[in-house]
Design a binder for this molecule. Sequence first.
Ligand SMILES: Nc1ncnc2c1ncn2[C@@H]1O[C@H](COP(=O)(O)OP(=O)(O)O)[C@@H](O)[C@H]1O
Ligand SMILES: [Mg+2]
Length: 370
Amino acid sequence: MYIKDIQLANFRNYKTLSISFHPKINIIYGKNAQGKTNLLESIYVLALTKSHRSFIDSNLIKNGMNKAKIMGNILKDSFSSKYEIILEEKKKSFKIDGNLIKKTSDYISKINIIIFYPEDLDLIKGSPNIRRRFLNVELSQLNTGYYSILNDYNRLLKMRNDYIKSNISHIDENYFQVLTSYLVDKSILILKMRKKFIEKINENISDIFYQISSLKNFHIIYKSFIEYENDEELMKKKIIDLFKSNREKEIKYKSTLIGPHRDDIEFYIGNIDLKTFGSQGQQRIAILSLKLSEIEIFKKYKNDTPILLLDDVFSELDETKKNNLLNYITSDIQTIITTTDLTNIDSKIKKDAKLIEIENGTIKHIEEVE
Ligand SMILES: Nc1ncnc2c1ncn2[C@@H]1O[C@H](COP(=O)(O)OP(=O)(O)O)[C@@H](O)[C@H]1O
Ligand SMILES: [Mg+2]
């Protein structure tokens, strides 16, 4: 798939913007703080309804305004669809081809995005919630059902936590058990999908990591509160038992202490944990390999290429890694690259790319592909 064009109104530092993209390579360049990342962010938000760099939607609205709008046409399997997001202070709405979409889950698995950005390293070095967020975002794109299951899970989790907090001295056992049982059902679904996703990643990530680094046996591990069982009944029983043995602790901490909301992923070369023992270089290759292996997953399991967004990543990569990434870019995948310095980008790439210069939230210059 690829994005044909985008129109913005009051998004970040853009008052209005209308721009069309090339189906292959697009390079957005300009000085610092002009709106390059904002433009990539608008594509990300159009696809996934949330920003990759801000949890607060109202930050996306141009200062002093009360409403932002993003519109874009996406071409997929030679059909074009118009996507639209309106962001207001406390409200968001989505449309596809003019029709209001009520459920977010009906919207977000349609446009597939893979993004590389400088803060990506936090995926290894940062806290587990960053990695869980990664899993959730990727799985929501790959699997239409994931997002709504996750939503149900989070709703039940909040109910259960609220219940523990407010009824600590007189818990209604029947009610509590029913709530726990619903929560466990959703847990199992989430674990199952996450496990599958990790398996798919591991199908090719070791090869990709090896190509870039000549190091073997790279893989990722899903670190769960429970060992996965194919037999769902057995799994449910084990989780319920675990809840029982955690009862005292839950009361003490007044919250639900086990479940996929506490799980994590780990990155290994052989048996070496990259978070603790990996060099910064190895960690970067790990992230690069992770994203590249996701492209393969989209190709293989969704029969389509995602849109690739590369925010200012070329200045930080050495030649080998750059070339590896470029192999993907020069294949069949639409890529939108930002850079402050056009000389960072190989001339082979530049000559086939649409060049867009951004200055202070406006287009300064455009060069189409010949
Ligand atoms: N909500 C907003 N309203 C207006 N301007 C904003 C908003 N959010 C960010 N900006 C401005 O956008 C600019 C940064 O844009 P960004 O795309 O991150 O720059 P870069 O071109 O370096 O990637 C800054 O000047 C910042 O003040
Ligand atoms: Mg930037």
